[in-house]
Ligand binder design. Structure first.
Ligand SMILES: C[C@@H](NC(=O)[C@@H](C)NC(=O)CCCC[C@H](NC(=O)C[NH3+])C(=O)[O-])C(=O)O
Length: 351
């Protein structure tokens, strides 16, 4: 079934609303075969007054979780990891509950506590305390396991960055190779993602990029430029840098079967509802959203200091959209930005 044409005017309206709610800038790029649609609004750098443009790189946050999942599921296809084995079989140091499986980590059902809850309870002091820090995977896992599990393994969905830090540790322990190398060899190079990188623990973004601006908890205070950081607090859970064209190409390739064998893609896209209305779901490192027109799109969202991201594609990968706003700690902007999905895939503005 063909989709209605994207409503580019509605995307621009969503951007204008996001700016009125405090985002310095916003970008949306839609790709469908040879056609692409571009909407850029506001500023990429508020000091230099550089206009936003859709080619700029930015920190994608948890969209990184889908990259980590592709690497892990390729290892499953290669027979190196068993989805339903205890995660402890593949970790250098055991998690506190033997019942936690690799699949539980990928589907946020392990129960492992999310250490970022404490780390960023006070947004800017928490950020300043870690922005130049380099953590080992084990240090982050230890922060989590100092707290009890949220739920018995498998009993519930409870989103936690710890799950994807543990998956990064599994990838490195099983293969003896850094996740950066796996991302490069298995995804970035084959898909020619020339503007996607994993440079942890480097703090700078190379090339042309949008600066990120973190809103303070006291919203009367000025935004904090949060562009430079290691993102070591997230790593395989959130430290990828990319741009809209590359993310659209990544999700299209993923859903059209170019990155995983059919069996692993089926595992990844077996979605479980995570909201009462059933409109949001989670598979393995993949979010599903059913939009106002009934179309379900697959991808991931991202939140890292100074950047919100939505990156989604259709079930056949034919149409992809990436939207990003260069602010964070501003839930209103994050919710507003999500309306680009309806404008891009349903051709209407849900407002
Ligand atoms: C939810 C999102 N998750 C991610 O992208 C991961 C990598 N980010 C986080 O867990 C947010 C950490 C705090 C951000 C900070 N917030 C605070 O500090 C709040 N006190 C900020 O907004 O920049 C996703 O999966 O879509």
């Amino acid at each position: 079934p063909s989709l209605p044409a994207p409503d580019v005017a509605a995307v621009a309206e969503v951007h204008r609303t996001a700016l009125s709610q405090g985002a310095p800038g916003a970008l949306t790029r839609i790709d469908e075969g040879p056609r692409s649609y571009h909407v850029a609004t506001g500023e990429a750098d508020t000091a230099a007054h550089t206009p936003m443009d859709t080619g700029r790189r930015f920190r994608v946050g948890s969209v990184s979780k889908t990259f980590t999942t592709v690497v892990l599921l390729q290892l499953v296809a290669e027979g190196k990891v068993d989805l339903d084995a205890p995660a402890n079989r593949y970790l250098p140091e055991p998690l506190p509950d033997e019942r936690i499986t690799v699949r539980h980590l990928l589907s946020h059902r392990s129960g492992l506590y999310d250490y970022t809850n404490d780390m960023f309870h006070n947004t800017v002091p928490g950020f300043e305390a870690v922005r130049n820090k380099v953590f080992s995977y084990q240090e982050l896992i230890d922060l989590s396991t100092a707290k009890p599990l949220n739920n018995a393994p498998g009993a519930a969905y409870s989103y936690s960055n710890t799950n994807f830090v543990a998956l990064g540790a599994i990838i490195e322990h099983v293969t003896g190779t850094p996740v950066a190398t796996h991302y490069q060899r298995r995804i970035f190079v084959p898909l020619r993602l020339k503007n996607t990188s994993y440079v942890h623990p480097r703090t700078t973004i190379s090339g042309t990029y949008a600066r990120g601006y973190l809103r303070q908890d006291d919203t009367t205070l000025p935004l904090v430029d949060s562009t430079e950081q290691t993102v070591s607090w997230a790593q395989s859970a959130g430290a990828v840098i990319s741009n809209a064209k590359d993310l659209n190409r990544f999700f299209s390739a993923l859903l059209s079967g170019k990155l995983l064998p059919e069996e692993q893609l089926r595992e990844m896209t077996t979605m479980v509802p995570v909201t009462a209305d059933g409109k949001q779901s989670y598979g393995l490192g993949l979010r599903g959203r059913t939009l106002s027109c009934g179309t379900t799109v697959y991808g991931h969202t991202g939140t890292v200091q100074g950047y919100y991201t939505y990156a989604f594609t259709t079930s056949d990968g034919r149409r992809s959209m990436t939207s990003s706003a260069n602010t964070s700690n501003n839930g209103t902007v994050n919710t507003t930005l999500g309306a680009t999905l309806d404008a891009s895939f349903c051709g209407t503005d849900p407002a």
